[in-house]
Write a protein that binds this ligand. Structure first.
Ligand code: ADP
Length: 509
C-alpha cells in the first residue's frame, strides 16, 4: 500500500495513523486493521507529522525505530503542540527492553507494545486506548460545559436585577441570590418547584397571566406590579427561552416613592403659583385705580408726569406677569376654560399690537405689518389669542436692543393661517430653541443681559395655541441674529373677507 493511502473507507470508523517504515509490514497491518478502522499510513515520523497536521487522527500507532524522525521524536513533537498533545500514541518496539518502555512512557506515550505481538493483542490495545481517549474527551467536554455554566451563573449573580429561570412547566431551574433574597427562600427550597405552587399567592395574578402569555406567544413582556410575594413594587421583564422562560426584575418601590414625592412637590408648586398670582393681583387693582385717578388730574411738573408714565408702564408689565402666572396655574390644573367664537384674525392682531404698544414704544422699535390682504376667520377665544400675540410681540420688544425692527405678518397656507412675529434682537442659540416653550425656561446667555422674566410667557403661548388646534415654532439663526416665532391656526370656512388693514408696509410705534 502506498504511503498516505486510506484503506476501507467507512465514515463512522475511527481514523488511525499507522507509521511504519517497513512497506510490507505496513501494508499488511493496514489491511488487517481496515475492517475496524479508517487507516492512514506514513513511512516515517516527518510524513506522519504532516498527515496529523492535516487531519487529527483518533490514534497514532508508530514503530519506534525508523530512519529520520523516529517514533520517540514523533511522540515528543506531538506532545509539544497544543493541537496534537491529546492524540493517543501507541508505540511499537522491536524488542521488549525496559529502557525502551520507560523512555516511551516518559515522553508521554499512552501505550507500548513490544514485538512479537499478536494481532488480537494489537486490536485489544488500540480498542482500549480509543475507549480511554473517548472517556477523557467526554470528561473534558463535561468539565467545559460545567465551567461555562458556572461562568454564566457567576455572571447572573453579578447582574443587579433579580433573575430566575423556569422550565416549560413553570418549575424553577435557576435563581440568583437577589431573587432568593427577594423571595426570602433558599435555592434548595425552590429549585424544581412550580412557581405557582411554591407561592400560591401568585395564582391568578398579573404574573401568571403574563408568564402564560410569554410561553404561549413566545414574545418578551415587561410590566410593573406589586409582588404578591414581597409586597414590593417590581418592574419585571420576562422572555421566552428554549427551556421555558427567564424573568428579570428589580424593586422599584423607592423609585415610585420618589416619583410620588416629586409629583406632590409639583402639585404644591402649582398650588403655590396659583395662590401667589391671586395674592399679587389683589394689591394691583387699587394701584391701577390710583394710577387712573392720577391720570385724571394731570400734573404739569415734568418729574411727576414722567413718574406717572413710568408707573403706568411698570404696572402694565406687572399686570401681564400676574395674569400669565394665574393662567399657567389654571392650565396646569386643567381648570382653564376657552370661550370660543368665530373671530377675524386681523382684529385680534390689531388688539395684540395695542396691548404691546407700551413696551414697544418704551424700546423705540419700528414695527412692520404685512397682512398680505388676508383676514381669515378662526374659531377661537379672541382674548386668549390676543394674549398669545401680545406675548410674542412683547418678547420681541424686550429681547431686541433699542430702536430695533419688529415684523408682524399674516399669510394663509391652505386651511391654515400663519402668523409670524420676528425681530432683529438678541436671537436664540440653536440648542435652546426647543426648550424656550418649557415652563420657567429662560435662555441662559449673556446676550439676554438682565432682561427680566419668569419664563412662563412662551409656555402659555404654546398651551393656548395648542388648545386652539394650532402649533407654534421658534426659529433663530443664533445669538445676535434675531428670532422668529410662527403660529399656525386652523381657518374656518366662511366667505373670504379682505383685511381691514390691508398690507400696510410699516408702522412706526
Ligand atoms: P420670559 O418671561 O423669560 O420672557 P418667556 O417664556 O416669554 O419668558 O420666554 C422664555 C425665554 O425665551 C426667554 O427668557 C428668552 O430667553 C427667550 N425668548 C423669548 N422670546 C425671545 C425673543 N423674541 N428673542 C430672544 N429670546 C427670546
Amino acid at each position: 500500500m502506498r504511503s498516505g493511502q486510506i484503506c476501507a473507507a467507512a465514515p463512522l470508523k475511527p481514523r488511525i495513523l499507522l507509521v511504519e517504515d517497513e512497506p510490507l509490514l505496513c501494508g499488511r497491518l493496514a489491511q488487517l486493521l481496515s475492517d475496524e478502522y479508517l487507516v492512514e499510513t506514513a513511512p516515517n515520523g516527518r510524513e506522519a507529522l504532516s498527515a496529523i497536521m492535516r487531519t487529527l487522527p483518533a490514534l497514532v500507532l508508530t514503530d519506534i525505530v525508523m530512519p529520520g524522525v523516529d517514533g520517540i521524536e514523533l511522540l515528543k513533537a506531538l506532545r509539544s503542540t497544543r493541537r496534537t498533545q491529546g492524540v493517543p500514541v501507541l508505540l511499537i518496539s522491536g524488542h521488549a527492553l525496559d529502557e525502551d518502555r520507560i523512555e516511551a512512557y516518559r515522553q508521554g506515550a499512552d501505550g507500548f507494545l513490544a514485538k512479537p505481538y499478536t494481532i488480537p493483542e494489537l486490536r485489544a490495545r488500540i480498542g482500549s486506548m480509543l475507549q480511554a481517549a473517548r472517556r477523557n474527551e467526554e470528561a473534558a467536554n463535561e468539565l467545559a460545559a460545567q465551567q461555562a455554566l458556572a461562568e454564566r451563573a457567576a455572571l447572573l449573580e453579578c447582574v443587579t436585577d433579580a433573575f430566575y429561570a423556569l422550565d416549560r412547566e413553570f418549575r424553577f431551574t435557576y435563581l440568583n441570590h437577589r431573587a432568593l433574597d427577594h423571595f426570602g427562600r433558599t435555592a434548595e427550597d425552590l429549585l424544581g418547584k412550580v412557581i405557582w405552587e411554591a407561592f400560591p399567592q401568585t395564582r391568578g395574578t398579573l404574573f401568571e397571566q403574563e408568564y402564560d402569555r410569554v410561553t404561549r406567544e413566545q414574545h418578551p413582556v415587561e410590566f410593573e406590579a406589586a409582588s404578591p410575594i414581597s409586597g414590593h413594587r417590581v418592574y419585571v421583564r420576562a422572555c421566552p427561552t428554549p427551556q421555558g422562560l427567564a424573568a428579570y426584575f428589580h424593586d422599584i418601590t423607592d423609585r415610585k416613592r420618589v416619583e410620588e414625592q416629586l409629583r406632590e412637590a409639583d402639585r404644591r408648586k402649582t398650588e403655590f403659583l396659583a395662590v401667589l398670582g391671586h395674592e399679587l393681583r389683589n394689591p394691583l387693582a387699587p394701584l391701577r385705580n390710583g394710577l387712573q385717578i392720577l391720570k385724571q388730574h394731570p400734573a404739569t411738573d415734568p418729574t411727576l408726569l414722567g413718574t406717572v408714565a413710568m408707573m403706568n408702564r411698570q404696572i402694565a408689565h406687572l399686570v401681564r406677569l400676574v395674569d400669565d402666572l394665574i393662567d399657567v396655574g389654571r392650565i396646569t390644573r386643567g381648570a382653564f376654560e376657552l370661550r370660543p367664537q368665530q373671530a377675524l384674525l386681523c382684529a385680534i392682531l390689531t388688539n395684540a399690537l395695542e396691548a404691546s404698544r407700551t413696551v414697544i414704544e418704551e424700546y423705540g422699535h419700528n414695527v412692520t405689518i404685512d397682512l398680505h390682504g388676508e383676514n381669515p376667520c378662526v374659531n377661537c377665544d379672541p382674548d386668549r389669542l390676543v394674549q398669545v400675540f401680545s406675548n410674542l410681540l412683547s418678547n420681541s420688544a424686550k429681547y431686541t436692543d433699542r430702536g430695533g425692527q419688529i415684523g408682524l405678518s399674516l399669510r394663509c397656507e391652505g386651511k391654515e393661517a400663519v402668523v409670524t412675529v420676528e425681530d432683529t434682537g438678541i436671537g436664540i442659540p440653536t440648542s435652546a430653541l426647543e426648550h424656550v416653550f418649557d415652563m420657567f425656561a429662560r435662555v441662559d446667555s449673556n446676550v439676554a443681559g438682565d432682561r427680566e422674566g419668569l419664563g412662563i410667557g412662551l409656555s402659555l403661548v404654546k398651551s393656548l395655541v395648542e388648545r386652539h388646534g394650532g402649533s407654534v415654532r421658534a426659529f433663530s439663526d443664533g445669538p445676535g441674529r434675531g428670532s422668529r416665532f410662527t403660529v399656525r391656526l386652523p381657518i374656518i370656512d366662511v366667505p373670504a373677507i379682505s383685511a381691514a388693514t390691508s398690507s400696510r408696509p410699516t408702522m412706526g410705534m
